[in-house]
Design a protein around this ligand. Structure first.
Ligand code: SF4
Length: 445
């Protein structure tokens, strides 16, 4: 079955390590006449309220995309993930519109007014189950500092039953070092509000390997996170992604490129790169986290993801199993029947194309996956999970045995006890998860 992702490309401001597509919520927009109509014969106008107008353009485009593409999931969707960006940076009426659009096209028609007919919306089966009667997981990504009671009640009204909160660290000094907008106090306030709203499936995102972070800081962050009893934790090692301020800082420090100098003048003074933990310390942080979380009852079901039993993220699991997904919104990626496409990132351009009745596509990002790519991705995604790969599923899907494709390479890893093949499943040795990325390159065809 197909899962649904909706991208909300707004944030309060950009974090220094972030490569996701988002623009500041208050970014000005030069709206064009194809969207707003011509004013005094001019093709373009600068709108008066930048934040509202940019979100207006986005929501208008999203509605067109929903109209155009709802038929792609004629059997319904298996899960919903509203991500970003920061979906909760939208004000309550914008968030209401966003949720209403999604529900109108993919779930049930439900507006604020008719929600009053539901005595207890969160338990109403009409907005929680698929056509086959299964409970649907519906997640929204939130960031501390952007949540309030009204927005959470809206989420509940529309059947959101899982929240992923970008906590990242429980150390104000480290949060500041990566330009996060929130404090530890904001995390506590957000979690209290989430629990008060009745949502009982909470993920906390945390990053390790931050500039200046020591092992003790990381241990303290994890202990504070666990004290909040989240059902799920996602732990990510800080990476220097291209086109991020942190990466530019790195490029400048390596090459002394004059092009970067202007951008980096402010950043260099902070000397962040000098304080990045080395690979050994990052590996130790990961290993400590795994054993600590396991001792607290959280199982590692994927290299970066930990959950209490029964709270594994269904949406992400569907990605790792190679199932189809629909991505809506600027910059969102879809993969249906082995054709991968991406929407253009520019909000006004995205909406303009949709207003002309076309589906917006970034032509450079459309690919029909070859059989080799399908096999490689099946391996790369499946081996990241603790369940590993079902070898019978591999044979059925690709009409050949896994050993016929990978032969001696696979056998070498099994002989070295990096992979284990038992009871029809190929899995990574749990002790080797942290080096997984280095191993997986050998499985790309
Ligand atoms: S809040 Fe999240 S999406 Fe937004 S800039 Fe920061 S890391 Fe990126």
């Amino acid at each position: 079955m197909t899962s649904l992702y909706v991208h909300v490309p707004f944030c309060v401001k950009k974090c220094s390590y972030c490569a996701f597509y988002s623009v500041p919520y208050t970014a000005p927009i030069i709206a064009d006449s194809k969207i707003f109509g011509s004013v005094d014969g001019a093709d373009h106008m600068l709108l008066s309220d930048p934040a509202s107008d940019l979100v207006f353009v986005y929501l208008r485009g999203l509605e067109r995309e929903l109209e155009l593409r709802a038929k792609e999931a004629s059997q319904g969707v298996s899960s919903l993930f509203i991500g970003g960006g920061t979906p909760t940076v939208l004000n309550a009426s914008q968030l209401d519109r966003l949720l209403n659009l999604i529900y109108r096209y993919y779930f049930k028609a439900l507006s604020r007014t008719d929600s009053t007919e539901l005595s207890d919306p969160i338990r109403d089966p009409r907005i929680h189950t698929s056509r086959t009667g299964q409970v649907l997981e519906k997640t929204i990504e939130c960031n501390p500092g952007t949540l309030d009671r009204e927005k959470l009640m809206l989420c509940r009204t529309y059947g959101i039953n899982r929240i992923s909160l970008g906590a990242q660290s429980f150390d104000d000094r480290l949060l500041k070092s990566i330009d996060r907008i929130h404090t530890v106090e904001d995390i506590h306030r957000s979690v209290t509000l989430i629990r008060q709203s009745g949502i009982d499936n909470l993920n906390l995102d945390l990053i390790f390997g931050l500039p200046g972070q020591r092992m003790g800081d990381w241990q303290d962050t994890l202990r504070q996170a666990i004290a909040l009893s989240p059902e799920h934790l996602s732990l990510y090692a800080l990476t220097l992604e291209e086109d991020t301020p942190l990466h530019k800082e790195y490029a400048y420090s390596q090459a002394g490129s004059p092009d970067c100098k202007e951008t980096l003048d402010g950043l260099n003074s902070r000397n962040r790169l000098d304080r990045l933990p080395d690979d050994d310390l990052q590996a130790d942080m990961y290993e400590w986290a795994v054993s600590y979380l396991q001792s607290c009852g959280y199982g590692r079901y994927e290299v970066s993801n930990f959950a209490r039993p029964g709270f594994e993220c269904k949406h992400n699991r569907s990605y790792w199993r190679g199932q189809d997904y629909i991505g809506l919104g600027p910059g969102a990626v879809s993969c249906l029947n082995n054709v991968r496409t991406r929407n253009p990132e520019d909000i006004a351009g995205y909406t303009r194309i949709l207003e002309s009745g076309q589906r917006p596509l970034d032509p450079s990002a459309t690919e029909v996956l070859t059989r080799e790519q399908q096999i490689s991705e099946f391996m790369m995604l499946g081996l990241r999970t603790a369940d590993g790969i079902d070898t019978a599923e591999f044979s059925a899907k690709f009409q050949t045995e896994i050993q016929d494709i990978y032969g001696q390479i696979l056998q070498n890893y099994i002989d070295r006890d990096i992979f284990r093949l038992a009871e029809g499943r190929l899995k990574i040795n749990p002790a080797c998860f942290f080096v997984l990325n280095a191993v997986l390159v050998d499985f790309i065809l």
